[in-house]
Design a protein around this ligand. Structure first.
Ligand code: G3P
Ligand code: MG
Length: 276
């Protein structure tokens, strides 16, 4: 048994996320694995846009995975990278621009001309439109362990919108998860980075014992780290396993065979087909 498995051996239920978190029923109400449309289904439409979210909801994806960051005017915006170069061709950081300016950017054309004019959504508008239609895996992109305001705003927002039971909050940053747990009852998942990540936050969250120390209901490892042993050890202690980012049907099938609870994928269409 490897270190990962040893450290994921069962612990007393009173210490586990599912016992301490009243929203935990959200996490396993359905029979079978969930399909999380990664960045809204980034293989089918421009990532983290309303077009992508609407498309994946229409396809029947169980859950929308999206990334949130804080912008200069204080709103939580849905965007993956720290800067806007890749999606909007702009040399600027998300944290430096106010919502109005972010809204004016075209983040659809980099995917295809068909999506020209798609804009960066703020989290509130996504949740207002689709909060009752689907579940969400909200990934907090917060670099600092001590927080930059992103996680501190997310908990109260989910709580005030009454959507805690429909949201899984995930992060590579354990500090972000603790801050969200302080403010709302959404269920939490700890993301595990791929090997070789250099920053302190990433090195810390790569350590398996962290999942034991946090009130999480799931671990979200890179799919190459998933093994049958890892899945069974996680399950024995009541943790779900959501693998990212799984885009090929054959790999999806392998992951499902190993017993994962969630496929986080750019191609929700392929994953849904497999689960039919
Ligand atoms: O939720 C898993 C996945 O989104 C983590 O990677 O970089 O696509 O946010 P990234
Ligand atoms: Mg993400």
């Amino acid at each position: 048994m490897g270190l990962f498995e040893v450290l994921l051996t069962p612990r007393p239920a009173r210490l586990s996320g599912e016992m301490t978190n009243p929203a935990c029923e959200f996490w396993r109400p359905m029979a079978g694995p969930l399909v999380h449309a990664h960045r809204g289904g980034a293989g089918l439409a421009p990532e983290n846009t309303m077009a992508a979210f609407r498309n994946s909801v229409a396809l029947g994806a169980h859950c929308i995975e999206l990334d949130v960051r804080l912008c200069a005017s204080g709103e939580l915006v849905v965007v993956h990278d720290e800067d806007l170069r890749r999606v909007a061709g702009l040399e600027a950081r998300v944290a430096e621009l106010p919502m109005a300016e972010l809204k004016s950017l075209d983040v659809g054309s980099h995917f295809s001309a068909e999506f020209a004019g798609e804009s960066i959504p703020c989290l509130v508008e996504v949740l207002e439109e689709l909060g009752q239609e689907t579940l969400f895996n909200i990934e907090v992109k917060e670099e600092s362990l001590l927080g930059d305001g992103t996680s501190a705003r997310l908990g109260p927002l989910l709580s005030s919108m009454g959507l805690e039971q429909r949201c899984l909050v995930s992060s590579f940053n354990p500090g972000a998860l603790l801050r969200v747990a302080r403010d709302c009852s959404a269920v939490l998942a700890l993301l595990y980075p791929t090997e070789g990540a250099g920053r302190l936050k990433d090195r810390l969250s790569a350590r398996p014992w962290l999942a034991r120390a946090l009130p999480v209901v799931a671990i979200n490892p890179h799919y190459e780290s998933v093994s049958p042993k890892l899945v069974s050890c996680a399950h024995r202690r009541g943790l779900g396993v959501n693998a990212w980012t799984v885009n090929q049907a054959a790999v999806m099938a392998e992951q499902l065979h190993m017993g994962v609870d969630g496929l986080i994928t750019d191609r929700p269409d392929l994953a849904l087909e497999l689960l039919l």
